[in-house]
Design a protein around this ligand. Structure first.
Ligand code: LLP
Length: 463
């Protein structure tokens, strides 16, 4: 993830201190389409507009901070994945990236399926009318109550994550007099090139059943013996924010290897494989993500080739992109509260949110971009660190970024590509209220998740 580090130098105001940043961009007013959603532009006054609405109006009507989500951009990315994978594959949007009822309806309308990983996500999906058979239920420790609810609702697949869960789901399905479709999640032993906390296919972690030592084969053996389970396939998810396709290649190779072993041992060709999510997006201009059609082509070629070599019928592929669909569709709009230059270091810009609306910088050392959006500016670049209002020095939103040197309290700034894992990981730390999600489209804005209120906080406090 990291960009070229600037060499450390003497701390004069005209020499940049150490940090992870490239040279200042040539034009601070420019909006790189790689990191901003498709309808973002600046109007004739230099104010950023999205979905045909300017951010000053959005800030006045909905307050700041706010996540601003471009509905057309969301729909077109969802459609691009759907189209790229075509009729012989299924796209399951990973709800953990961001889920709300409006999003469920958009997905439903665009023909995508949904991956949920908790009872709460399942409830949201069902309450917004996602047909249960188009839902996949994930998780390494689903409760019996969650499993029961999923089976009762008739979810299309439950992804089994442990030996205990095979028995648990089989038992509940038998009690309910049904046969549950399941996939078995395996860990293929791939070291994905991403942050350690979001890599999930190496063996020393909590997800899935290792292929190594024949454990996954044993899991399949046991599941196939249980009448209340219909084993439809094998699942592998190697991690998140990945650009390099080689990890998927190794994963597909190993999953197909398991399918072949299953065929040889049981005479059964499992009809499906799921290669998970994890495709990276651009957070800064230095990131170069792949397009859905390239990914679809690469994955289907890999699987077809591996199956031909193993003399297997090519299974139906499914994928679970979360970040790649919703990540680029939203930005977080903040108001600048203080601007604090530290001689020879950088200027600290405090905004009215912080680690409670975007924990990713503190948690993963994630990089973001930022722009002044309530006006354009001809002022020169100033090295800044955009920080929040929390009582913690690690409360950083954008670690190193250039903003115009005339930045002042009251200006609006926006951090793009915050659609994934920002609202969904938001907290109430310091009893800061979680921002709303405002969807914009064709000159109209509407709140799809409202701002939290002090009443919301106090309602839970019943002591
Ligand atoms: N499928 C499974 C089984 C997953 O565990 C995940 C993500 C996905 C699909 C979707 O992955 P995506 O396409 O969004 O990369 N909070 C972290 C990311 C955690 C990802 C967890 N699982 C972050 O903010 O980077």
């Amino acid at each position: 993830m990291s960009r070229s580090a600037h060499p450390a130098g003497p701390r004069h105001a005209d020499v940049l201190p150490e940090g992870h940043y490239s040279a200042p961009p040539a034009d601070l007013n420019a909006l790189d389409p790689k990191v901003w959603s498709q309808t973002v532009t600046r109007d004739e006054h230099g104010v950023l507009t999205v979905g045909g609405i300017d951010v000053k109006r959005l800030a006045e009507e909905y307050g700041t901070p706010a996540y601003v989500l471009d509905e057309d951009d969301f729909r077109s990315r969802a459609r691009a994945w759907r189209t790229a994978f075509g009729e012989n594959a299924d796209v399951f949007y990973a709800g953990k990236a961001f889920l709300s009822r409006a999003v469920v309806r958009w997905l439903n309308e665009e023909g995508l399926n949904l991956d949920v990983c908790s009872g709460g996500e399942l409830a949201t999906a069902l309450s917004a009318g996602m047909p249960a058979e188009r839902i996949a239920f994930h998780g390494n420790n689903k409760s019996a109550a969650e499993i029961r609810r999923a089976v009762e609702a008739g979810v299309g697949r439950i992804v089994l994550d442990s030996f205990q869960e095979i028995v648990r789901v089989a038992h509940i399905a038998r009690e309910l007099g049904t046969r549950q479709r399941v996939q078995i999640r395996v860990t293929v032993g791939v070291e994905a090139h991403t942050h350690e906390f979001i890599a999930t296919a190496h063996e020393d972690q909590k997800f899935g059943i290792p292929l190594a030592g024949g454990q996954a084969a044993e899991a399949v053996r046991r599941a196939l013996q249980l009448d209340s389970l219909e084993v439809i396939g094998i699942h592998s998810h190697i991690g998140s924010q990945i650009f390099d396709m080689s990890g998927f290649e190794v994963a597909a190779h190993r999953v197909v290897g398991l399918l072949k072993d299953i065929r040889d041992e049981h005479g059964v060709e499992l009809p499906e494989i799921d290669l998970g999510g994890g495709l990276g997006i651009a957070y800064t201009s230095d990131d170069d993500p792949r397009e859905p059609h390239e990914i679809a082509k690469a994955l289907s070629e890999i699987v077809t080739r591996e199956c031909e070599a193993a003399k297997l019928r090519t299974p139906r592929i499914s994928v679970e992109p979360g970040r790649a669909i919703v990540g680029p569709t939203a930005f977080t709009l903040y108001e600048v509260g203080t601007v604090k230059p530290l001689e020879g270091l950088r200027t600290y810009v405090s905004v009215d949110g912080g680690m409670s609306d975007n924990i990713r910088t503190a948690l993963y050392d994630a990089e973001y971009s930022v722009a002044l959006v309530s006006r354009s500016s001809d002022a020169g670049p100033m090295l800044t660190r955009v920080v929040g209002k929390h009582c913690e020095s690690g409360d950083i939103v954008v670690k190193d970024a250039f903003l115009p040197s005339d930045l002042a309290p009251g200006d609006l700034i926006a951090v793009p590509a915050t659609g994934a894992y920002c609202r969904s990981m938001a907290s109430n730390y310091n009893h800061v209220l979680r921002p709303p999600v405002v969807a914009v489209k064709d000159g109209q804005a509407r709140v799809i998740v409202r701002r939290e209120t002090e009443e919301d906080l106090l309602r839970l406090d019943v002591g």
